[in-house]
Design a protein around this ligand. Structure first.
Ligand code: CP
Length: 320
C-alpha cells in the first residue's frame, strides 16, 4: 500500500512505490520552482513536533523550514531538556505528544526501528528523520531528486552508474539510497572496506572493496561520513581509510567525464573526500541541502493532507 496518503507514516523508502516517488517529486518541484505561489499553507492549524534524539543540522532545520512554510506550528523538543533524561521511554514520550494534540512527529533517534515503534503509539503521522543504522528516507528522496535534476530527469537515471563509497554498514543514508536509486533504474554500487560492507548483502547493488572498479564510468559518486561514533571495535583506522578510499580528483578521473560528487553531510573533509572535490564545480552537496526543504515540504504536505474542521482529537488511543 502507498505510504503517501494522509495520516500514514514514512518509516523507510521501501513503502513507497514508483508512483509515490513521482507524486512527492512533482510536489517538491512545485515548491522549488514556484514557492511564492504555493501560499495555501496546507498544514495551517497543524502542530508538528520535531524530536531529535541525535544531533542534526540539515535535517532538523529543513524539516522546520518546510513545516513552517506549509503553515504548521513547529515545536522542537530537546531530549536533554525533556523528561527523557528522567528515564521516560520513547513510547511514553510519543503517547504524551499524541495526548498533547500533535498531528505529526518528525523523529531522529539513535536506535534502528525507533520511528516504527513511535508510529505504533502516535495518532498522527511519524516521519523518520534517521533511525540508527536503519533508514533515512527523506535524505534518499532528496538525493534522488537532486541527482535526477542534474542528470536531466527520470530518463537520465536509467542505467547510469551511481557509486556510494564508505561506511556503508553503519549508514542509514546508503541503505535508503540504494533502494531509491535502484528503483529509479540506476546501476548502484556500494564500495568500502570489507568490514563496512557486511550486513548489507540484501541491498540492490554491486558490493566491492575495489574503489577503482567502483568509480570506473560512474555518473555520480556519493561519499559517506565515516561514523566514528558507530565504529565500535573496528580494526580500520581513519588514516588507513583515507589512504585507500578518500575521493580525490585523481581517483574521480576514473568516473565518467563530468561525474557529480554528492554527500549527505556532515562531511569530514580530508577523510572521506578532499576539499577540492567536496567544494568543486561538480559537487552537488549544497544543492542536496537546498533540495531538502522542497522535498520535505512535499512529504509533510502529502502525509498531513487537507485539514477537515473540526479536527477530532482521539485521546483514548483506541485503534492503535
Ligand atoms: N544528512 C543529514 O542527515 O545531516 P544532519 O545530520 O545534519 O541532519
Amino acid at each position: 500500500m502507498s505510504a503517501v496518503p494522509a495520516g500514514r507514516s514514512l518509516i523507510d523508502v521501501d513503502t513507497l512505490n514508483a508512483s509515490d516517488v513521482e507524486t512527492i517529486f512533482d510536489q517538491a518541484s512545485r515548491h522549488l520552482d514556484a514557492a511564492d505561489e504555493l501560499s495555501s499553507q496546507p498544514l495551517r492549524g497543524r502542530n508538528v513536533a520535531l524530536l531529535f534524539a541525535e544531533p542534526s543540522t540539515r535535517t532538523r532545520l529543513s524539516f522546520e523550514i518546510a513545516a513552517r512554510g506549509l503553515g504548521a506550528e513547529t515545536y522542537v523538543i530537546e531530549p536533554g531538556a525533556s523528561s527523557m533524561v528522567k528515564g521516560e521511554t520513547l513510547v511514553d514520550t510519543t503517547r504524551n505528544l499524541a495526548a498533547l494534540g500533535f498531528d505529526m512527529l518528525v523523529l531522529r533517534h539513535h536506535r534502528a526501528g525507533a520511528a516504527a515503534v513511535a508510529a505504533r503509539h502516535f495518532s498522527g503521522s511519524v516521519v523518520n528523520a534517521g533511525d540508527g543504522w536503519h533508514a533515512h528516507p527523506t535524505q534518499a528522496l532528496l538525493d534522488l531528486f537532486t541527482l535526477r535534476r542534474a542528470l536531466g530527469g527520470a530518463h537520465g537515471m536509467r542505467g547510469r552508474k551511481v557509486v556510494i563509497v564508505g561506511d556503508v554498514r553503519h549508514s542509514r543514508v546508503a541503505k535508503s539510497n540504494a533502494w531509491t536509486l535502484a528503483g529509479a533504474g540506476a546501476d548502484v554500487w556500494l564500495v568500502g572496506p570489507r568490514p563496512w560492507l557486511r550486513g548489507v548483502e540484501n541491498l540492490p547493488a554491486t558490493l566491492t572493496s575495489d574503489l577503482e572498479a567502483g568509480l570506473t564510468g560512474a555518473a555520480a559518486v556519493m561519499g559517506l561520513r565515516v561514523q566514528r561514533e558507530r565504529m565500535g571495535g573496528s580494526s580500520l583506522s581513519i588514516d588507513e581509510y583515507a589512504e585507500h578510499f578518500q575521493i580525490t580528483e585523481r581517483r574521480l578521473a576514473r568516473a565518467a567525464p563530468d561525474a557529480y560528487f554528492m554527500h549527505p553531510g556532515p562531511i569530514n573533509e580530508g577523510i572521506e573526500v578532499t576539499r577540492e572535490v567536496a567544494r568543486g564545480p561538480r559537487s552537488l552537496v549544497l544543492e542536496q541541502v537546498r533540495n531538502g526543504v522542497p522535498v520535505r515540504m512535499a512529504v509533510l504536505a502529502l502525509l498531513g493532507g487537507p485539514l477537515t474542521a473540526p479536527q477530532p482529537r482521539d485521546m483514548s488511543m483506541a485503534g492503535r
